[in-house]
Design a protein. Structure first.
Length: 304
């Protein structure tokens, strides 16, 4: 099938009519009909039956559509990438971050960066790491930050700073003198709010418990560190979370103590390999590094 055949066949399958397909593709109805006829001739297959004025795909067409749909999605991705390469100005900053980081370190970093670059356009996408990888590959964003290294051959991952998993508990759980002092993992509170095991950092905490011969006991499981933090702030239990979420908690309501043995947490800058960042983007990255370092200090030996 030629490219035009794929486009017309896909549009007809979507619209159900020649006229509908022509409208989707912004071509005339006779042109769409001609392409369809040529496609069927080239394939030697009847793709549609006309019944009471409507087109009905043949069984062969339905099977063919599965692969054609994949090709069409790939084609749209290529066009999208080409458009991004052509139309996005170098000095625009387009970044993505995971939801947790979008609510913890991004706001302060953006505020500091905006004071130096008041007129530069900035767009932020809040996505999970798998979506971030796709956005980078398609050119939808210039860089991204995540707590996870996707280990993709086309993406560079640089650690901007490293902290450690931190326990937060309602105020009064420990003596005030113990704030921000290391907490042995065997002394974790019993009323733990846990993260879904699909989270790689939560998995590392579980592994650390296992290595100590401990069982990680929990009564509540949530999907985000932000939700775990909010529940702790309301006295619903304690949680082991990333240091950036811990640092931005309401310290009038919670206490923080990093756990030992240390479970490290890296803040990763993700970029396309061999593609340099613009001056304004580099400045944003530095602001992210500074804000992240401040967060680490708040939960790693400095009193709140």
């Amino acid at each position: 099938m030629r490219l035009r055949h794929i486009e017309v066949f896909h549009a007809i399958m979507q619209a159900g009519t020649i006229s509908g397909a022509a409208q989707i593709l912004s071509i005339s109805q006779p042109a769409a009909t001609k392409v369809l006829q040529h496609c069927e001739l080239r394939l030697g297959l009847k793709l549609f039956e006309r019944i009471k004025g409507k087109l009905h795909p043949t069984p062969e067409a339905r099977k063919l559509f599965v692969e054609v749909d994949k090709l069409n999605r790939d084609l749209q991705a290529v066009r999208r990438l080409a458009s991004n390469l052509k139309n996005n100005p170098d000095e625009a900053v387009r970044l993505a971050s995971t939801p947790t980081l979008s609510m913890t370190i991004i706001p302060a970093a953006l505020s500091a960066w905006r004071s130096k670059f008041p007129k530069v356009h900035c767009s932020l996408a809040s996505q999970h790491t798998s979506e971030i990888v796709s956005a980078l590959l398609l050119g939808d964003v210039d860089f991204a930050i995540s707590l996870y290294d996707p280990n993709h051959p086309s993406i560079a991952a640089e650690s901007l700073t490293q902290g450690r998993m931190t326990t937060i508990a309602p105020k009064g759980t420990w003596a005030a003198s113990l704030d921000n002092t290391p907490l042995p993992i065997k002394e974790l509170p019993k009323d733990l709010i846990a993260l879904d095991l699909d989270d790689h950092l939560a998995g590392r905490v579980m592994d650390a418990c296992s290595e100590q011969g401990l069982q990680f006991n929990t009564h509540t499981v949530v999907q985000t560190y932000l939700l775990a933090r909010t529940m702790v702030e309301h006295g619903a239990g304690s949680a082991v979370i990333d240091p950036f979420t811990a640092a931005t908690a309401d310290h009038q309501r919670v206490q923080c103590r990093p756990i030992i043995p240390v479970v490290p947490v890296d803040l990763y800058l993700l970029t396309m390999k061999s593609i340099p960042l613009s001056r304004s983007a580099l400045a944003f990255v530095q602001n992210l590094r500074d804000v992240a370092a401040d967060c680490i200090a708040k939960t790693n030996g400095a009193r709140s």
